[in-house]
Design a protein around this ligand. Structure first.
Ligand code: HEC
Ligand code: HEC
Ligand code: HEC
Ligand code: HEC
Ligand code: HEC
Ligand code: HEC
Ligand code: HEC
Length: 409
């Protein structure tokens, strides 16, 4: 066989292979937008953000939002159990014990030493910064277990809203908890039970934690477009949060950070740029800035602060918070944010600077945003003691020496 014929065959074969490879690539790309997200075709799911947003994706894995609801982790349960007293005593004859059976945890009520009701830990609500509460499924409905873990008190405590003298398992959990603590759950109906309305769910259509698209809105079209145009460096089909007004940006956080109010539309449908008043019935009554409700009204408190009132077009939650990172307890990092507006030496700096000394720059927070006990989230610990969760007040202001608790030093 002449050498050139041999070469020609090779070239033909290579060309055919290349064509096949291109065709294969094309097919794979065309198939990718078939995401399988319980919210529908418009959503891609967080795992599909990682390939292009690796840094944000990775740092976000440690964020409290991400773990605001989820399956019960054996790691945290073992940590709680290691503390020793794995029960809550109502009175000498009545207690709830935590038990591990076949790699699963249960809460069992014991009345005069006899085991009564026993239900498993199916789900945790709360990332475990201050407290975690646990739920169990009963067909399509979900209920709170009688005792919760308080990280503040380092002990098991009576779950909020349960009586002090009875071990009950009957507080049903409404969709509202998931609207703030999860990305999605499908409500399939509302049942009447002894005069109470109980939400029923499709538990296979549940997305734990607060994921990328819960804040950024559905992103399947964005993913499909950017995958098809890998050279494109600007984003398409996704809201640019930075181009929204500061109030629009704050309202996106306020879907969950403005306390409890009656929804008009499902908060699961909130998209960047939407207005809060289309989603919630307006707060009734005036808002007394000193009142903190269930889970803290960061939105209203900040808006009532002089800092905000003197910066109404510029200040937002992102002025101080990076939504993807975890900066909790780092008072120096937060104080730098204060000093972006209150420069040391300027007339806008702290009037106390001369008295308080140089260390003042390390912690503006404890004096001007004191941590105050929440009135509503308080748990009942051993011997019926009260364990109040503390909430950082977003009413930035001049507090007396007593509230700021700093002057004894
Ligand atoms: C195939 C690559 C790719 C994937 C996958 C991808 N993105 Fe993007 N995204 C981009 C590019 C490119 C930009 C523009 C540059 C930048 O801001 O990083 C962008 C920008 C963004 C922005 C900023 C928009 C702006 O204008 O401020 C957001 C928000 C965003 N993406 C969210 C997501 C989410 C959520 C997911 C997953 C559901 C996702 N992206 C998946 C490529 C991708
Ligand atoms: C879908 C509801 C929801 C939205 C939207 C939301 N948050 Fe949250 N946020 C929560 C919940 C729930 C927690 C408590 C998480 C936990 O520990 O379980 C939380 C916790 C936090 C914390 C405390 C985190 C820590 O590590 O101590 C900060 C700060 C915060 N949110 C800021 C924001 C900002 C800023 C925005 C807007 C960019 C925002 N949140 C949007 C529900 C939400
Ligand atoms: C309007 C939104 C909203 C609703 C509704 C809501 N939460 Fe929360 N929850 C929050 C926010 C915001 C925080 C964080 C507050 C803070 O750090 O002070 C939080 C914190 C918590 C925590 C402590 C988390 C931690 O790790 O410290 C638990 C537990 C909790 N919520 C349980 C529930 C349960 C159970 C329900 C339903 C009965 C519920 N929440 C309903 C917004 C909400
Ligand atoms: C609690 C709400 C919230 C969640 C959850 C969230 N983001 Fe963001 N994201 C924001 C806000 C607010 C901004 C604008 C920040 C700013 O103004 O600096 C932003 C900005 C961005 C940007 C553009 C600027 C940048 O930092 O690169 C990208 C890309 C992005 N987010 C991707 C993601 C991805 C991917 C996830 C999930 C892993 C995610 N976000 C989860 C609120 C959120
Ligand atoms: C976006 C800019 C900005 C940021 C960030 C900011 N402030 Fe302010 N703050 C202001 C302005 C403007 C005023 C009003 C000044 C005036 O009226 O002279 C103010 C007022 C104050 C006051 C006086 C309140 C009163 O009731 O008289 C205190 C205290 C204060 N800020 C502390 C802080 C602390 C602490 C932080 C950080 C947690 C902070 N600020 C972050 C802009 C800001
Ligand atoms: C040890 C507690 C403490 C610390 C730390 C502290 N402050 Fe203050 N600050 C005060 C008190 C108390 C006042 C009110 C003094 C008064 O009424 O005259 C005040 C007043 C102010 C004012 C109001 C000024 C005015 O004109 O009325 C501002 C702004 C302020 N502080 C900012 C800051 C900033 C920014 C930091 C961090 C760099 C900081 N403070 C750290 C206790 C503190
Ligand atoms: C001027 C700075 C500033 C602004 C603006 C701001 N925060 Fe904060 N936020 C803080 C500081 C400081 C903390 C305390 C952090 C800590 O204790 O670790 C905090 C804590 C929180 C927490 C945890 C509460 C707790 O008690 O554990 C939540 C939730 C939160 N912020 C939400 C928001 C939301 C939502 C907005 C916008 C409406 C907002 N913040 C705006 C400074 C700010």
């Amino acid at each position: 066989m002449p050498v050139c014929m041999f070469r020609k065959k090779w070239i033909q074969l290579l060309t055919a292979l290349c064509l096949l490879a291109v065709l294969f690539q094309y097919c794979v790309q065309k198939q990718l937008p078939e995401f399988n997200d319980p919210r529908g075709k418009a959503y891609a799911g967080s795992s599909n953000c990682m390939s292009c947003h690796a840094e944000v994706f990775t740092t976000y894995q440690a964020n409290a939002h991400m773990h605001s609801s989820g399956p019960v982790s054996h790691e945290s349960m073992r940590r709680y159990m290691a503390k020793g007293d794995n029960r809550f005593v109502y009175r000498s004859s009545l207690e709830v014990r935590i038990e591990e059976k076949e790699n699963r945890y249960y809460q069992t009520a014991y009345d005069s030493g006899k085991a009564k009701a026993s239900f498993p830990f199916d789900m945790a609500i709360g990332s475990g910064r201050k407290a975690q509460t646990f739920l169990y499924w009963y067909d399509a409905t979900i209920y709170q277990l009688p005792i919760s873990y308080s990280l503040v008190g380092q002990c098991w405590a009576n779950s909020p809203n349960y009586p002090k003298d009875k071990a009950r398992f009957d507080r049903s959990i409404p969709v509202g908890c998931f609207e703030c603590h999860a990305s999605y759950i499908e409500r399939t109906g509302v049942m009447e039970q002894r005069g109470y309305r109980i939400d029923a769910f499709d538990k296979t259509r549940l997305i734990y934690g607060i994921d990328c698209e819960r804040c950024h809105g559905p992103a399947a079209a964005h993913v499909a477009y950017q995958q098809d145009h890998p050279a494109e460096k600007t984003a398409k089909y996704i809201a640019a949060i930075k181009s929204l007004t500061n109030v629009q940006q704050m309202e996106a956080c306020a879907t969950c950070h403005s306390g409890l109010h009656e929804p008009l539309r499902s908060p699961f449908l909130f998209r960047p740029g939407n207005t809060l008043k289309d989603f919630y019935r307006a707060d009734t009554g005036k808002f007394p800035a000193s009142e903190l409700d269930v889970h803290g009204n960061q939105y209203q408190l900040l808006m009532a602060s002089k800092c905000f009132r003197a910066s109404v077009t510029t200040m937002s939650c992102s002025t101080c918070h990076n939504p993807h990172r975890t900066e909790r307890s780092n008072m120096e990092v937060y104080s730098v944010k204060c000093m972006n507006c209150h420069q040391p030496g300027s007339k806008h700096f702290c009037t106390l600077a001369a008295k308080a000394g140089a260390t003042i720059v390390k912690n503006c927070i404890d004096c001007h945003m004191p941590s105050v006990p929440s009135r509503i989230i308080s748990l009942e610990g051993a011997q019926h003691s009260n364990i109040a969760n503390r909430v950082r007040s977003h009413l930035i202001g001049k507090y007396g020496m007593k509230e700021s608790g700093q002057f004894s030093k």
